[in-house]
Design a protein around this ligand. Structure first.
Ligand SMILES: NC(=O)c1ccc[n+]([C@@H]2O[C@H](COP(=O)([O-])OP(=O)(O)OC[C@H]3O[C@@H](n4cnc5c(N)ncnc54)[C@H](OP(=O)(O)O)[C@@H]3O)[C@@H](O)[C@H]2O)c1
Length: 273
C-alpha cells in the first residue's frame, strides 16, 4: 500500500488547510464534505471532489477525517464502513481520550486500522516549519503513514494507546489556554490603569514570556511540593501583590483565576513544611 492517494473527509478551515498542503506536496487528493461546494479552489489545483463518503473512502489508500467532533466522525463513517474495511483511517478530529479509544475499538471490529491524531497547528500554520502532528496507534502503521502526511506538519508519535494523541493534544491546549488567561489578565491590568497595551505587549510581555516559557514548562509539576529554589513564601507574596493590583485596577476577579490557583499551590506547599 503506497498511502500516496489521500482522501480527506471534512473541508472546514482545517480540512481545507490539510488538503492544500498535501496538494502542494504533489499528493493525489480526493475530497468530501457534508455540505457540497467547499472544494472549489482545491479542485482547481488538482483535487477530485467525491460524490459520497463511500466514493471518497474507496479512492484513497489513506482516509483522513477532520470533522467537528467524535459524533460527526461516527455519523460520517457509518455508511462507509464496508468500504473502509481493511484500510487505514487517520482521525485528525479533536476529541477526548475515551472517545479515541472507543473509536479504535469500533473501527477494529470492521477491520479498519486507526492512527489517531492531534493537530498542533492552526490552519495558517499547517505545512509550515512550526506545525507538528501528534499520532498514536500501532508504531508500524505510524511509520508507513508519517512520510505521506509529513507535508501537513512534522509527524510525532506518542505511543500505541489510541487515546494518547488526544491526551497530549488536550493537555497542551490546556497549557495554551492557561497562558492565554494570563496574557488577557495582563493586558486588562495595563489597560485599566491607563497604560498603552500595544507598547506593553511588544516591549514587555513578549520578551518576558519568551524568557519565562522554558522555565515554566520545565517547572510544571504534578506534585504538591514546590522546590526550595522557587521560594513559595516569596511566590505567595508576589501572587498576593498581583491580586491586590488587580483589585485596585478593578479588573474582574474571574480573569485572575489562574493566579488564585498558583497561590493555592504555594500556600499548600508552605503549610506542608
Ligand atoms: N481550526 C483550528 O485552529 C484547529 C486546530 C487544531 C485542531 N482542529 C480540529 O480540526 C477539526 C476541524 O476543525 P475546523 O477548524 O476545520 O472546523 P470547522 O471549520 O468548523 O469545520 C467543521 C467540519 O466538520 C463538518 N461537520 C460538522 N458536523 C458534521 C456532521 N455531523 N457530519 C459530517 N460533517 C460534519 C463540517 O461540514 P459542513 O461544512 O457540512 O458544516 C466541516 O467540514 C476539529 O476537530 C478541530 O478541533 C482545528
Amino acid at each position: 500500500m503506497s498511502h500516496e492517494r489521500i482522501s480527506i473527509l471534512g473541508l472546514g478551515a482545517m480540512g481545507r488547510a490539510l488538503a492544500s498542503a498535501l496538494l502542494e506536496a504533489g499528493r493525489e487528493v480526493t475530497l468530501w464534505n457534508r455540505t457540497p461546494g467547499k472544494a472549489g479552489g482545491l479542485v482547481a489545483r488538482g483535487a477530485r471532489e467525491a460524490s459520497s463518503v463511500e466514493d471518497a473512502v474507496g479512492a484513497g489508500d489513506l482516509t483522513v477525517a477532520c470533522l467537528l467532533d467524535d459524533a460527526s466522525v461516527r455519523e460520517t463513517l457509518a455508511p462507509a464502513m464496508p468500504k473502509l474495511a481493511g484500510r487505514t483511517l487517520v482521525n485528525l478530529t479533536s476529541g477526548s481520550v475515551r472517545q479515541a479509544r472507543e473509536l479504535a475499538g469500533w473501527l477494529e471490529r470492521y477491520g479498519v486500522s486507526l492512527l489517531a491524531g492531534g493537530i498542533m497547528a492552526v490552519p495558517p500554520t499547517v505545512g509550515t516549519g512550526g506545525a507538528f502532528i501528534l499520532y498514536s496507534g500501532a508504531r508500524d502503521l505510524f511509520d508507513r503513514v508519517a512520510p505521506v502526511l509529513a507535508p501537513i506538519g512534522r509527524p510525532h508519535w506518542v505511543g500505541e494507546d489510541p487515546g494518547f494523541a488526544a491526551l497530549y493534544d488536550m493537555a497542551a491546549l490546556s497549557g495554551m489556554y492557561g497562558m492565554g488567561a494570563g496574557t488577557d489578565h495582563a493586558v486588562a491590568l495595563v489597560h485599566a490603569e491607563g497604560g498603552d497595551v500595544d507598547t506593553f505587549k511588544r516591549e514587555v510581555l513578549q520578551p518576558w514570556m519568551e524568557q519565562m516559557l522554558p522555565i515554566m514548562v520545565a517547572g510544571a509539576d504534578v506534585s504538591e511540593s514546590v522546590p526550595d529554589e522557587y521560594n513559595p513564601a516569596m511566590q505567595a507574596t508576589g501572587l498576593e501583590n498581583i491580586l491586590s493590583a488587580s483589585g485596585e485596577a478593578g479588573v474582574p476577579a474571574d480573569l485572575a483565576g489562574h493566579l488564585r490557583a498558583s497561590l493555592w499551590r504555594m500556600r499548600r506547599a508552605l503549610a506542608a513544611r
